[in-house]
Design a protein around this ligand. Sequence first.
Ligand code: FAD
Length: 500
Amino acid sequence: MPKKIVILGGGTAGWIAANLFIRKWSAEQALVSLIESPDIGIIGVGEGSTPFLERFFKMIDVVDEQWMPRCNATYKLSIRFSGWSPGSGIEDYSHPFLSQVDHFTENAFVKNCRTRRLGVDVHTYPDDFFINGVLARDGKGPRASENFPFIIGYGYHFDAGLLGQYLAEVGVSRGVTHLQRKIVDVERHEDGDIAALVSDGGERIEADVFVDCTGFASLLMQKSLGVKFESFKSNLFNDSAVVMPTPASDTPPAETVSFAMSNGWCWKIPLTNRYGNGYVYSSDFISADDAETELRTFLGTLDSDEPARHLKMNVGQLEKHWEKNCLALGLSQGFIEPLEATALLLVQIAVEVFIAKYEQGDFSAKHRDEYNEKIHERFERVRDYIVAHYKLNTRGDSEYWKANSDNMELSDSLRHILDVWYRRGDLTAEVQRQDIESHFTSLSWHCLLSGYGAYPPLAPDQPNIGDLYKDNNVSKFLAGCALNFDLHRQNLAKLQEKVT
Ligand SMILES: Cc1cc2nc3c(=O)[nH]c(=O)nc-3n(C[C@H](O)[C@H](O)[C@H](O)COP(=O)(O)OP(=O)(O)OC[C@H]3O[C@@H](n4cnc5c(N)ncnc54)[C@H](O)[C@@H]3O)c2cc1C
């Protein structure tokens, strides 16, 4: 086991890593320290998660009642994409997180999608086939009455700054050493490994494993070790964001909404005390000033004094995520833009795979290479899913959207998925063949392709096969299940009650 791990950076990535390392290796007496500079601060966005974050809290033995009220958090059941495919007549669709109970209805969805690909008019709106789509639509939360016999998958919305502070408290209480220092120099051993970090006060901090969580600065990996950055610009054009909050609503929805804008998209994330909003756009197509004006017009805040924050994003990934005795996590290792809120999921996976590989072979080149290959591949396959959103849009109302749908810079993996879909093949088998089910499931791909209406025109003389959706009684079944759930705001109120 490593004797001493030093994490540089105290954003969400740094604190997730610190908590996972101390949990895993404290029994072996490993020392875990986290250094951050309050002068530099954190990025302060990144407020939506996938269900993987629930797994993180389980791993560190923290329950919703403990952390959610402290971080103004709400439950997230799906992401709704609004205005991305008007050309197919689809106003919006949701990509719900999957749950155990969906096993009863997923076949109906897949069958309907296949039938619709044959040109027959059957129902393929993803929201109606999955419990979380129904709950989100009805304003209900994921916490069922005690006797509900299925596990419901859910993610969260949260305040990024408060989550960092909460995780810092937990980490420190379990033995993480927290240092506030600005690092200005990095000392290397003769073999190229990092020997020590040097603070602006001249203090040397040594370790055997260093973890770069310095955000887009990538201080250790890119600046010190010279690891190359591979840009995703060829098919993910967005490189900027402008963000601003708006007041909370009494009934916060249990989903993130992603609204298509003239040159990108805007997230709307409901917290208990505010909405987080941000317009993610490409600076090649719209200026920062125009993007801010468009965002304010959209939010109805043109006359508000509330300042907007402008951010630049490095979209891409490092060529290697583990180099020498240094690991990169979070924005310092790469970023695939926030459309599916996958960044923290990738941090968790990277830490878990690192722990497994390190335990198998310390710093052996074999295990490091295997790690790099696995994490690199995961970034690429998540990238495919995000690229598909842009490729399949049917807006065509700006050069930006046209450039996205015309773009042919697609990976082989994505080409095969689209090819199987349009040839009316078995998409589930293709996802299994490529072994990419753990990145985005076949059902997620079905939701996306249906959500964009990626279907052939309807056949003129349709056989009367009935509506498979109705025949399978999906709506009745799900409506029955959904009765067991409280409204989302009741779920949140119950969390608050348990805070003493
Ligand atoms: C517009 C936008 C929207 C996003 N939305 C989502 C989302 O919905 N869901 C999601 O999962 N992710 C999202 N992300 C990504 C998410 O913000 C990050 O993955 C997450 O916040 C973790 O960031 P980080 O810890 O890597 O970096 P940061 O938060 O930037 O932290 C960097 C840390 O490094 C420290 N540091 C830097 N240099 C030094 C130095 N020289 N000395 C000492 N300390 C130093 C800083 O003090 C800070 O503590 C979004 C990102 C962007 C840009």
